[in-house]
Ligand binder design. Structure first.
Ligand code: PGA
Length: 251
């Protein structure tokens, strides 16, 4: 089993296109010797500048969302075809902020995952429980439902290539990182769910990230857990120094 670690920065609604270009020019120098997969998920309007700024480097650019239709009367939406045309290789789907504030459901997450693959874009599918779900003891059940819902109809090959990000909602932006044991427990459950739905081989291939207040101090012990293949990093991805330390994880 040799999954390459994948560290993605989720910039959320931060940085203008000029700030993105400047930041990424600095970051590409800083991470150039790192062998892990490195992704920056930038706001839509930053994509052209970001793609240009990382050209020829080891950083890939992701979008933070997409619509599942090719085109049409969906004011304010962005399609997979538009993203592909700009050079996008990854897309975050079903982030808890989108589920909470923009009414995304397991069904729309699944539609978006299918649409991403149609354009050759790799989805980073987010799942995670709220604090009340954790306190009620229904974390495992909730995660299984989200994972199953997201993967409906995807092929074994597709699931082997995608990324699932486990992000407990209570850990996002709160400074309250899950303990490595808490994160490992759920990431291992996600892998087991993929094994049940597909096969041992698919579950060993799929990469599972942890996200939620990952910092330069907490990342290495989290990423050393057997079922955690890297991280989805919010706040700490906005600082070159911190993100470089996090992305540079070595065993
Ligand atoms: P955070 O965000 O690292 O700032 O907690 C993570 C995320 O929402 O992807």
């Amino acid at each position: 089993m040799s999954r390459v670690k994948v560290i993605a920065g989720n910039w959320k609604m931060n940085k203008t296109p000029s700030e993105a270009a400047e930041f990424l020019s600095e970051l590409r120098e800083s991470v150039k010797d790192i062998k892990n997969d490195i992704i920056a998920a930038v706001p839509f309007v930053c994509i052209p500048a970001a793609v240009q700024a990382v050209s020829g480097s080891n950083i890939k650019i992701a979008a933070q969302n997409m619509h599942w239709k090719d085109k049409g009367a969906y004011t304010g939406e962005i399609s997979g075809g538009m993203l592909k045309d700009l050079g996008i290789e990854y897309v975050i789907i079903g982030h808890s902020e989108r589920r909470e504030y923009f009414a995304e459901t397991d069904e729309t997450v699944n539609l978006k995952a299918h649409a991403a693959f149609e354009y050759g874009i790799t989805p980073i599918i987010c799942v995670g429980e709220s604090l009340s779900q954790r306190d009620a003891g229904i974390t495992a059940e909730h995660i299984r439902i989200q994972v199953k819902g997201a993967l409906v109809g995807l092929s074994a090959e597709q699931v082997s290539s995608l990324i699932i990000a486990y992000e407990p909602i209570w850990a996002i932006g709160t400074g309250r990182t899950a303990t490595p044991e808490q994160a490992e427990e759920v990431c291992s459950l996600i892998r087991e769910t993929v094994r049940e739905l597909y096969s041992e081989a698919v579950s060993e291939a799929v990469r599972i990230q942890y996200g939620g207040s990952v910092t330069a101090e907490t990342s290495s012990v989290l990423f050393s857990m057997p079922d955690i293949d890297g991280g989805l990093v919010g706040g700490a991805s906005l600082k070159v120094k911190d993100f470089t330390i996090i992305a540079g994880y070595k065993k």
